[in-house]
Design a protein around this ligand. Structure first.
Ligand code: NAD
Length: 265
């Protein structure tokens, strides 16, 4: 344990269970002395998120559906009340698309699911930062999660790849707008990790194997790998870094071709 986050308060959005990337990040932050609040979507998740929050010494567990502006407002109203209007960091680990469109062809994406995917997976980060800005009175640091499917075509990632490209662009624009207030905005592009959200993507096992065999480190990353890099970006160690997209993917993004030693999948 270290004290990199001592005296710092932050909100974790997107914790569903102990496989969630948000959980890896929350653990690393709590271990570094951060005080955490959690938001969850839907009553069903409260049963899981409550005990996990408690494990990290937090009793601030608030509902929020990011597709509903009023719900985002009430989350920040409650947080304002609990923490006297001051917030130091925020983790946005939220994405969603109809799983029927996370297979087959991108070209077949429907207008309705396109709009919903962009709303929940992209606009929500901007919407949350509008409220967070007001609470980050001493500056702050924000982090969202993206995937390499924004930069290159990945099988089945489809509309989510288009959404992640927009999310990565919004990280740059948010970094510029909020930089004057010493609020830093960054993304981590995580390699494939078996989570609830990932299980909706077609042939996900194949993608995991491919990354394991072909990334420079010849392994997949864990939520703890992501947690440690998140700690860097959210703490003072990242003080000079904003608008960045840090690849925590065992190096997969630098690879141009299948490894010569890669077994068949
Ligand atoms: P997860 O299923 O554990 O987390 C996704 C979270 O999004 C859940 O907590 C869910 O409740 C929340 N969510 C969905 N719709 C919501 C809404 N309307 N309002 C509020 N919350 C909502 O899966 P995860 O893999 O940990 O996903 C976290 C982030 O990491 C996502 O942005 C995902 O795209 C990204 N990511 C995942 C991987 C991977 O391989 N797992 C790789 C790169 C990036």
């Amino acid at each position: 344990s270290n004290q990199l986050m001592a005296g710092k308060r932050g909100l974790i959005m997107g914790l569903a269970n102990d496989k969630s990337i948000a959980w890896g990040i929350a653990k690393a932050l709590a271990d570094a002395g951060a005080e955490l609040a959690f938001s969850y979507q839907g009553e069903a998740l409260m049963k899981r998120v409550g005990p996990l929050a408690q494990q990290l010494g937090s009793d601030i567990v608030l509902p929020c559906d990011v597709s509903d502006e009023a719900s985002v407002d009430s989350l920040f109203d409650a947080l304002n009340e609990r923490w006297g209007g001051k917030l130091d960091f925020i983790v946005h680990a939220i994405g969603f698309s109809d799983k029927n469109e996370l297979r087959g062809r991108y070209v077949d994406t429907t207008r309705g699911n396109f709009a919903m995917t962009m709303d929940i997976s992209v606009y929500s980060f901007t919407s949350v930062m509008q409220r967070a800005e007001k609470m980050m009175v001493d500056g702050g640091s924000a982090l969202t999660l993206t995937y390499y499917g924004a930069e290159q075509v990945m099988p089945h990632y489809n509309v989510m790849g288009v959404a992640k490209a927009a999310l990565e662009a919004s990280v740059m624009y948010l970094a510029e707008d909020l930089g004057k207030k010493n609020i830093r905005v960054n993304a981590i592009s995580a390699g494939p990790i078996k989570t609830l959200a990932a299980s909706g993507i077609g042939d996900f096992r194949y993608i995991m194997k491919w990354n394991e065999y072909n990334s420079p480190l010849r392994r997949n990353v864990t939520i703890d790998d992501v947690g440690k890099s998140a700690l860097y970006l959210l703490s003072d160690l990242g003080s000079g870094v904003t608008g960045e997209n840090l690849h925590v993917d065992a190096g997969y993004h630098v690879v141009g071709m299948k490894a010569v030693d890669a077994p068949d999948i």
